[in-house]
Write a protein that binds this ligand. Sequence first.
Ligand code: PMP
Length: 359
Amino acid sequence: MSFTSRPILDNALDAVGNTPLIRLDKIATEEGLKCNLLGKLEFVSAGGSVKDRIAKAMVLAAEKEGKLIPGKSVVIEPTSGNTGIGLAMACAIKGYSVVITMPKKMSLEKEALLRALGAEVIRTPNEEPWDSPRSHIGVAQRLRREIEHGIILDQYCNENNPLAHEYTTGPEIIASVVSTPSTSSRPSSMKVDAFIGGAGTGGTVTGVSRALKKTHNPDCIVVGVDPIGSVLALPDNLNGPNEAKPYVVEGIGYDFIPAVLSFADVNHWVKTSDEDAFKAVQTLMRKEGLLVGGSSGSALSGALAWLKTEQGRIIAETEGLNVVVLLPDGIRNYMSKEWFLKSAFSDERSDLAVRISGI
Ligand code: PMP
């Protein structure tokens, strides 16, 4: 048996990122794509999501700047959960207290993980606009004023958020693509030709785009995915006529534009529905064996929708072009959610279920 030996790591932060890029061949074939469809699998990172990277980067940068005092600092962060989990992991290792503010709609699993890592969790009403004192952002700001040694690292404004992706996520994708040889059965342009990712803070699409366009392929097309009900997509008419509306998928979309989201780095936007996202999660599980979360389904369904547009079709129909879809977290975060349980225990009876029913 052959394997690459890995040295002993100092702590869990050294097991953040460095995630695999995996062919989604069965989905590509079923969709009639000639390009290569590749998924960047972030749930294998130590804290279980793409947000571990920014949590680690923000904590290390704050330490370097002398902003964190072990045993004293209280790291407060408004989050949809994954940044909180990454921060709670980093702070458990380094000895800082953590308070997470998180809207009620986010899963029980995320709260349980946060508490398991020693964080305090405060839930806020879903319907409060971001600038309300009762929103997850408003409550975090009040706590910072009231808690001694309280500090918000602020993923919405912190430049280390996109930088973490420019320095790690993007270069990892490039390294995987350029180190995989082109063969006659699996041709490759040896370049990343398109990248599709969901936007919450927008740090992922912004940072990955910068890495790809600046250092690798200036013509790489970057597509942002935004859920219906959110307001991040451009042109603005894609978002519909109304104000932000509720949707179920977690971690992507907002009712305001985060400062770290750079529209100049995103070529196109697509809107996705909960229904298509959750169907795509099921497809990723059943066809590719990938135990991903809801926003991974949004990213895949957004990618497939974009590949059917006029610009996307040119890429979809060219053999060997590489299309990378970012899969931000795993189903671990959503096992109790109705959308997951419904698909796992669906009434649809497989041939096997019929065959074994009489035994
Ligand atoms: N998916 C999930 C599950 C997330 O938690 C996040 C982060 N909120 C994202 C996607 C989007 O990442 P970003 O904040 O970098 O846009």
